[in-house]
Each structure stands twice: as structure tokens, then as C-alpha cells.
Write a protein that binds this ligand. Structure first.
Ligand code: GDP
Ligand code: CA
Length: 318
């Protein structure tokens, strides 16, 4: 079975562990969000691609959910001693090596998709990881700072400001000019199932869908498209997805996120058991829906979620 997953960082990566366990023989292609990418200290950093790569490759800082395990921060301290920032983005020494290799390869002329493949040769994530695009896309958030409206990089909004100021708009700058990376449209066309994991619907899955051609290819693939709600009990499980949902005028509920994707894209949607009351409304909007436990507390629970997603896909296929 060929499965395509559109993934952001932590939520997507953790779900993929369960999916690999639920479908050990499947051929899994992950289309990764690159709207979070940022240039720091002259290096290209791809937080979501790296989170997927480290999580599936065994190098992730488990408790934190991002960055390397057994990390040290000597380079960061040395940069700070020079007064060189930003100090709010935590890059560890081990992590720095990944960004150095990536930047060096890009400088030598390799596209990001080829660089990602090369990095994955070390990590062996057990999936094919492709960035959504080789072209630069950068998510910006429109906020008011000192009485002035301005666009800040998504990481500045998310990491430095902790999404504590109101977001007026979320703009994937460059997306309209971006082309899907080599292999993206092919993987979608050849997929048996397409899955939206519990990733951020606006700044992760939404950004991937903003690359011209990807949304259309998914809608036209003619195979089940199923998603798992990142919203449980009217709140994000972790992070601040409610803030960016508000910016695009979507309520923070499992049902509103399903409606945001829409029945033109989504065939099936899993909500958590605490949101069981929403199932009827989602089904009458034309999306097959089931309420099952959706908390990725451990590998067993996450594997069960992935099994439910694949079962729902078979149900809508029938
Ligand atoms: P990021 O790039 O690290 O922010 O990660 P993602 O784009 O993959 O999205 C994180 C989303 O996953 C957030 O909206 C969380 O609410 C959601 N999430 C995290 N853990 C869980 C979980 O255990 N269950 C569910 N249903 N959603 C989760
Ligand atoms: Ca992210």
C-alpha cells in the first residue's frame, strides 16, 4: 500500500511513528512543510523536515519534541558572547551540524529535495521525506507591534512572541510562485491513501496545500483522503493552533477544522471521543466521521490512531 502524509513538525512526526507501526509494509511518502524554514546565522534551518527526520530516525529530543537528543549549546553561548542573535531560537551543537551540511549543499547547487534525501541517508527514517517545494516559501504573520501593523516571520511570532499578540493574517509568502518539489505530485497520483495527520491545519497542512497544484492533485487523486483532528475538546493538544485558526476565521473545534478542509478535499475525519457529539454534523457536511481516542500518549495509542485512520479510508473506499 502506498500512503502519502502531509506533515508539519511534532504532531505529524509522532503520528508517523504510529503509522509505520500500523502499516509496516506500506510505502510511506511524507510531504513536509517548509513554510517554517528560516535563515539563521547564515544557515538554512528547516524545523519541520528535521523534526520528522530526527523523530523517525531516532535522534529527536523526546520530551521536547524537536531538536536533537543529548544536545549541548556551546555554539549558541559563543554566539551570544559576540552579541550575535537571535537568542530566542534554540539551536544546539548537534543540530547546527545538520544546518551546516544543508546550507553547504544548497550553496553547491543542490535543491532542498536532494539535500533532504542526502540527510535522510544518515537518519534512515523509513519513509520517503520530500519537502513540499524546492522554492522558498516563508510563512509570515501580520501582527501589531508598538501600535504598528507589520509582518513578522512565523518563527518570530511562534517562538519569540509565543503567539501572544493577535494574528491578523497568516501569509505563506512565495507559495503562489512555488512549484511542488520533484516527486510530490507523482506520489499523490500513485497513492492508495492520503492522510492529514494531527498537524497544524493553517501553518503546516495549510501551507503545503497553498503550493499550486498540490490541493488539486489531492482532490483529483480519486483515493480516500482522511484526517485526524489536532483539536481535541475545542483546544489544540499542544501549541497555539487556536491563534492561527482565529486569524483565518476558523473556530477552534474539530468540526470547524474539518469544514475548513472541506468535503471537496476530505473524505474521512477522526475526532477524539470527547468530541463525539460533533460526528453527526461533520457527516451531514459530507465527510465520513468517527470518534476514537486521539491522544498520542505512547506508541501503542498512536498506532491505534493510525489503524483507525486506515480503517476509515477503507470504509470510504468501499
Ligand atoms: P509543529 O510544526 O511542531 O507545530 O507540528 P504540527 O504542524 O504537526 O502540529 C502540531 C499540532 O498537533 C497541534 O495543533 C496539536 O494540537 C496537535 N497535536 C499534538 N499532539 C497531539 C495529540 O496527541 N493528539 C492530537 N489529536 N493532536 C495533537
Ligand atoms: Ca512547524
Amino acid at each position: 500500500m502506498r500512503i502519502v502524509v502531509l506533515a508539519g513538525g511534532i504532531g505529524g512526526a509522532r503520528f508517523l511513528r504510529g503509522l509505520k507501526a500500523a502499516a509496516p509494509d506500506a510505502d510511506i511518502t511524507v510531504i513536509g512543510n517548509t513554510g517554517d524554514d528560516i535563515h539563521l546565522f547564515g544557515l538554512k534551518v528547516c524545523p519541520d523536515l528535521d523534526t520528522v527526520m530526527y523523530t523517525l530516525g531516532g535522534g529527536i529530543h523526546e520530551e521536547q519534541g524537536w531538536g536533537r537528543s543529548d544536545e549541548t549549546f556551546a555554539v549558541k553561548a559563543e554566539l551570544a558572547a559576540y552579541g550575535v542573535g537571535p537568542e530566542w531560537f534554540g539551536l544546539g551543537d548537534r543540530d547546527f551540524a545538520t544546518h551546516i551540511v544543508r546550507t553547504q549543499m544548497i550553496g553547491a547547487g543542490y535543491p532542498l529535495s536532494a539535500v533532504t534525501e542526502a540527510l535522510c541517508e544518515r537518519w534512515q527514517p523509513g519513509v520517503r521525506l520530500i519537502p513540499m517545494s524546492d522554492d522558498r516559501v516563508e510563512t509570515h504573520v501580520l501582527v501589531d507591534v508598538d501600535g504598528e501593523r507589520k509582518a513578522v516571520h512565523f518563527q518570530e511570532y511562534w517562538v519569540r512572541l509565543h503567539a501572544s499578540v493577535e494574528a491578523h493574517a497568516v501569509v505563506p509568502v512565495g507559495a503562489d510562485q512555488a512549484k511542488p518539489a520533484p516527486g510530490v505530485l507523482e506520489a499523490i497520483a500513485e497513492a492508495d491513501v492520503i492522510v492529514f495527520p494531527p498537524s497544524n491545519p493553517v501553518v503546516s497542512v495549510g501551507t503545503i496545500l497553498a503550493v499550486p497544484g498540490i490541493r488539486e492533485a489531492i482532490a483529483e487523486a480519486g483515493v480516500p483522503v482522511v484526517g485526524l483532528s489536532p483539536i481535541v475538546g475545542d483546544a489544540p493538544v499542544r501549541g497555539m493552533a487556536d491563534k492561527v485558526l482565529q486569524a483565518v476565521g476558523v473556530e477552534t473545534t474539530a468540526a470547524a477544522v474539518a469544514a475548513h478542509y472541506g468535503s471537496g478535499l476530505l473524505d474521512g475525519w477522526l475526532v477524539d471521543t470527547v468530541d463525539a457529539a460533533a460526528v453527526g454534523g461533520i457527516e451531514s457536511a459530507g465527510i465520513r466521521c468517527r470518534a476514537v481516542p486521539l491522544m498520542m500518549t505512547d506508541l501503542e495509542a498512536t498506532t491505534a490512531m493510525a489503524r483507525e485512520a486506515l480503517a476509515l479510508a477503507e470504509e470510504v473506499r468501499a
